[in-house]
Design a protein around this ligand. Structure first.
Ligand code: 5GP
Ligand code: MN
Length: 335
């Protein structure tokens, strides 16, 4: 590829895309709103560029995001893909393994680019890596690629970008809610986006099992470290006993973070196969990414996670609390 030195990162990504076809758009497994939003936005963008595309996610679309408009089905196995990939675009994927075991195994066989905002991203794609931790959401970066291609931010593409922004900024409340985020959101609304309709689809969809499960967990959560840490653990059996699903815990750590005085909220969720999923939320300078990194995980300053191999819930709780203490929460006055 020539002349990429003079191009902006978004233009450089576009230049690679324009040179390829039969493009697979993939985001991290157990996707959140940014992963699905970025996937959808990229898909609509590439369709407008006349590309043949396939969408990929190792764990498919979670139920709470099934309303998101996507052009075509989401494949969950590389062997199912309708064509040999000419290019794989990895989105919102802080590491290649987060694409899932099967995609991870074949990823290096195909040309690839990566667009992501995780600080610890090891730049795993072969033809270009645009990794910018200052971006609030990967969907924001896809919007910049659309701008570079002169594709308008309207219709389904705009809905997907908005979903990304809402998801990764905590509905425009987290520290990453920059002027650029508001400006982009304003452009989407000016282009005809119905923000209230998306809010309705995202928020007012709670199942009764989810509501009851949250009720129980809110009763049971523990407060540690002089009230500065909230911690909750949940087993697969508990989730199943309510008829709930694991995705129903999305947002629970944020909810604990809302408790007055709490600076770090920790959710430990059992996953199938002797594993625990750690989910942490903080605010200000309290850095949960370094805590997650201790367990081989990652994420962002105020939102991070890890997967821990263990069959001992109590052990995981103790280890996690010890790791959270180690970031030595600073007195609030000094923040
Ligand atoms: P969540 O708690 O919502 O699953 O994740 C919060 C943030 O941490 C997200 O940005 C997510 O990408 C990142 N994250 C969650 N789990 C892992 C993990 O196991 N490894 C890495 N590297 N990042 C994770
Ligand atoms: Mn993201």
């Amino acid at each position: 590829m020539q002349h990429t030195d003079q191009l902006s990162p978004a233009q450089a990504m576009l230049a690679v895309i324009l040179e390829h076809d039969n493009i697979v758009i993939a985001a991290h497994g157990s996707p959140d709103g940014d992963a699905i939003g970025a996937t959808g936005a990229m898909a609509y963008l590439l369709k407008q560029l006349g590309k043949t595309i396939a969408l990929y996610n190792a764990t498919g679309i979670p139920e709470y995001l099934e309303w998101v408009p996507l052009p075509g089905r989401v494949y969950t196995k590389p062997s199912q893909l309708p064509f040999r990939p000419g290019l794989i675009i990895a989105l919102d994927c802080g590491d290649v393994w987060r694409l899932g075991k099967e995609m991870n195994a074949v990823f290096a066989d195909y040309p690839s680019i990566s667009i992501d905002h995780h600080l610890s991203n090891p730049l795993f794609a072969s033809l270009g890596n645009w990794v910018d931790p200052h971006m609030a959401a990967t969907g924001q970066m896809v919007a910049a690629v659309a701008d570079a291609a002169n594709i308008p931010l309207t219709g389904e593409l705009a809905q997907c970008v908005y979903l990304s922004l809402v998801s990764d900024t905590g509905s425009f409340t987290h520290g990453n809610t920059s002027a650029a985020v508001f400006e982009l959101a304003a452009r989407l609304v000016a282009g005809g986006l119905d923000a209230a309709a998306i809010r309705e689809k995202l928020d007012n969809q709670w199942s009764l099992p989810k509501t009851r499960l949250w009720g129980k967990l809110l009763q049971e959560l523990r407060i540690e470290c002089d009230g500065e840490v909230a911690l909750c653990s949940v087993t697969l059996d508990e989730i199943a006993s309510f008829g709930a699903v694991r995705e129903d815990l999305e947002g629970f750590a944020e909810q604990m973070r809302r408790i007055k005085k709490v600076r770090v909220a920790v959710l430990i969720r059992q996953d199938p196969g002797n594993r625990y999923k750690l989910s942490m939320r903080s605010s200000g300078q309290d850095d949960v990414r370094t805590v997650a990194a201790r367990f081989g995980g990652g994420g962002h300053l105020n939102a991070a996670g890890a997967t821990i191999d263990s069959s001992d819930m109590q052990g995981v709780i103790m280890q996690t609390l010890e790791a959270v203490r180690s970031i030595s929460l600073k007195p609030v006055e000094s923040l």
